[in-house]
Design a protein around this ligand. Sequence first.
Ligand SMILES: [Zn+2]
Ligand SMILES: [Zn+2]
Length: 266
Amino acid sequence: MSCFEILQLKSVRFFVWNISLPDPQPAGAGQFLFSIKSQILRSPPASSNIEGFTTPINHFVRFDLESLFSKNDVEQQVHDAILATEQFLKQRNVTALAKILSEFLVKNYGLGLGLGLGSSKPNSPIPAVVVEVNKTWVINPSGDYGGYMMDEVGMFDGCDHEAANEESIHLSLRNLFAVSVFSVLKPIDGSEPLGLRKVPRLDSFQQFESAAAADPDDDTSCAICLEGFSGNPCFKLPCSHVFHGECVAQWLWRKRSCPLCRFQLS
Ligand SMILES: [Zn+2]
Ligand SMILES: [Zn+2]
């Protein structure tokens, strides 16, 4: 009897969790939350076939923002985290999933770009990357897979349509960090709202190849890193301020407002 595996990456979201924890976490400590739904199909379909996905099973795996200095570091940590869930059958699926997921995290959240803004103080809000994956195992006693020929990882469209709700993520994090239901919650960063905050994705902003293209009258340097815009893609926030992509992405891990005018981003 043999088995093959189809994976679909359904959604990826980056949150920060602004809660004072009973056990303070070291600087840079983040959490992946892999929320995995499974189904087993038989080929050809048997009368005993159970179709449909299970309710999601959550797996938390720690990651370390302090040691993400390059895109390769991100891919390596993502790969090891996926492996640590012990939920996947095929090594090449783990590798393919790690590649899609890490590219998304670098591109939209500035992970691994090593600007120093990424280094966090102890007692900062916890970064939490929530990843939803659907896993299908197709089992065929005779080894004949009909139309299915190989293991595959589904293309990722970046949509949130199956996303677990934020209240359940909040509850899972409370469990993980043993925050009692009786305890009074307090923010760890008093200047930001208590609880879970979704970090905006870079692709939700207007992108330009240069600041001059974004706004001809604007300054020629990025107000976050104070360096020039030459050769870097930059992004315009809804308040019309322009920053390097990687600078503003990492800023948004910390704060939900524009660094120049404090415009609040939803
Ligand atoms: Zn910059
Ligand atoms: Zn602004």
